[in-house]
Design a protein around this ligand. Structure first.
Ligand code: NDP
Length: 483
């Protein structure tokens, strides 16, 4: 029996006005398990109306009150609903259960806690002009905002947008990816139970071209916070920019992982395994181009292939599984097509390069063997385009300058990882990398206060900490003349 998901509009769970649904598939089994509202512009209009009516009172609710409600949402995620959310995320996305339990769902709660606390510790600037005048900055919530998120870290990224928006005093019309909507449906119930006033958060499920587009083009939506592919980001900009909407775009990546000979080898190789294949390589921050200094190239290649082959690809529900299913059949085919392209471009498969067919419950699931490719030119499509699967390429380098040049040679600039024990090298390379986030001797070590976002075609603007609160507010300068 399929679960029927509903939109969350005006504080109520509602069926889509046209009563149309899309099939929600479990990628580990290939089976439909949910019916997802295929909402249209009419549902979005209703959501915007309810967000507009809720705005005056929510934006004037004292920060302390808003904070209490957001903490309550976080607590319900961490306690009563935790196991249900963990299971729902894995069912919808195909990621191993331990990832949902240890990363995705705790981080969704942390997002709410973080911004609920942050609004109690804000400050503003003042510009005194000797004893004649004073300027100060007021920050006021921008209004109704649109938050659109992707399928790879469903609740984690959805809440990374809506938590700061709600904390800042905005009301929200959100759309999770239609491919992974289950946990945000559960979030609707949590918000109702936590006492979030009706209309403050509205969640409209549906496809990008229909519901997503209706959000980006709605004249009453003042800002769009979007995470997803670069092409979609460009499409959203085309619609939203002439309407002078504020835009925050977190887009694709093709991140370099630069490994110098003097690195802490054991830590590097364990982390590189994670940065390559965590979440089936479907994290925008995964390091998909690995550059290794020539002195340790052969050793690294041998050890990395061996460790990759030891990863267990299997049922996401099994505790021993390292690599689960990729998110959909369409995405499986996209990854397999890129693997074929890599072969045509002259790449050698060091391991993987194929679909994996499991037995039993997962016999129709979408599994790909973790794949390492060597021998490709840096300019070829495999090294230039985002594959967003468990596929990495290896290349040797001699000197620091060569590694930097190869690392920067794509249109993307999201994140980069550098492995070295030499402080001078670390600082020099970090300084020259064209990336919004640089990790040295680590990967995915996140601090929610820091700037998060990409350069070049990886995005516009920064999320994280007070940057996100600033995005959802307008700065107003007030001048007082005391003469
Ligand atoms: P998409 O760009 O396909 O979709 C993202 C969201 O936008 C989905 O909710 C989608 O709906 C919606 N959408 C699609 N078309 C439109 C449109 N015309 N107008 C408004 N909304 C639309 O990305 P994916 O879901 O495939 O996610 C993977 C991508 O996300 C990768 O490129 C990855 O790098 C990037 N990403 C970036 C991150 C970052 O922080 N920089 C973090 C995580 C992922 P629907 O599901 O119906 O298509």
């Amino acid at each position: 029996m399929e679960i029927i998901l509903q939109n969350y509009i005006g504080g109520e769970l509602l069926s889509p006005l046209e009563e149309a649904y899309i099939h929600g598939t479990n990628p580990a089994t290939g089976e439909t398990f949910a019916l997802v509202p295929d909402s249209t512009a009419k549902d979005v209009d209703l959501a915007v109306e309810s967000a507009q009516s809720a705005f005056p009172s929510w934006s004037e609710t004292p920060a302390k009150e808003r904070s209490k409600i957001l903490h309550r949402i976080a607590e319900l995620i961490e306690t009563k609903y935790f196991d249900q959310l963990v299971e729902a995320e894995t069912t919808d996305n195909g990621k191993p259960l331990h990832l949902s339990r240890n990363v995705d769902i705790p981080r969704a709660a942390a997002n709410f806690h973080f911004f609920a606390s942050a609004i109690l510790h804000t400050h503003t600037e003042a510009f005194p002009n000797e004893s004649t005048s004073l300027n100060y900055t007021l920050r006021q919530p921008i209004g109704v905002v649109g938050c659109i998120s992707p399928w790879n870290l469903p609740l984690y990224l959805f809440t990374w947008k809506i938590a700061p928006a709600l904390a800042a005093g905005c009301t929200v019309v959100g759309k999770p990816s239609e491919i992974t909507p289950y946990t945000s449906f559960l979030l609707s119930k949590i918000c109702m139970e936590a006492g979030l006033p009706a209309g403050v958060l509205n969640i409209v499920h549906g496809t990008g071209p229909k519901a997503g587009r209706a959000i980006t083009s709605h004249p009453e939506i003042k800002a769009i916070s979007f995470t997803g592919g670069t092409k979609t980001g460009a499409e959203i900009s085309r619609i939203a920019a002439p309407m002078f909407k504020k835009l925050s775009l977190e887009l694709g990546g093709k991140n370099p992982n630069i490994i110098f000979e003097d690195c802490n080898y054991d830590k590097m190789i364990e982390t590189t395994l994670r940065s390559s294949f965590s979440n089936q390589g479907q994290i925008c921050l995964c390091g998909s181009r690995i550059f290794v200094q020539e002195g340790i190239y052969d050793r690294f290649k041998k050890d990395f292939v061996k460790k990759t082959e030891q990863l267990k690809v299997g049922d996401p529900l099994a505790p021993t599984t390292d690599v689960g299913a990729v998110v959909s059949e369409a995405h499986l085919n996209k990854i397999l097509n890129y693997i074929e392209l890599a072969k045509e471009e002259g790449g050698t498969m060091l391991t993987g390069g194929n679909r994996i067919v499991l037995e039993g419950r997962c016999k129709n699931g979408y599994f790909v063997a973790p794949t390492i490719i060597e021998g490709l030119d840096q300019q070829c499509r495999t090294n230039q385009e985002e594959i967003f699967g468990p596929v990495v390429t290896l290349a040797p380098f001699k000197k620091e300058e060569e590694a930097i040049q190869m690392a920067n040679a794509t249109q993307y600039g999201l994140s980069a990882t550098v492995w070295t024990q030499n402080l001078n090298v670390a600082h020099r390379v970090a300084n020259k990398l064209q990336a919004g986030i640089v990790w040295i001797n680590t990967w995915m070590l996140r601090d929610l206060r820091t700037y998060f976002g990409g350069m070049k075609q990886s995005g516009v603007g920064r999320e994280g900490g007070f940057q996100a609160l600033n995005f959802f507010t307008e700065a107003k300068n007030v001048t007082i003349d005391f003469t």
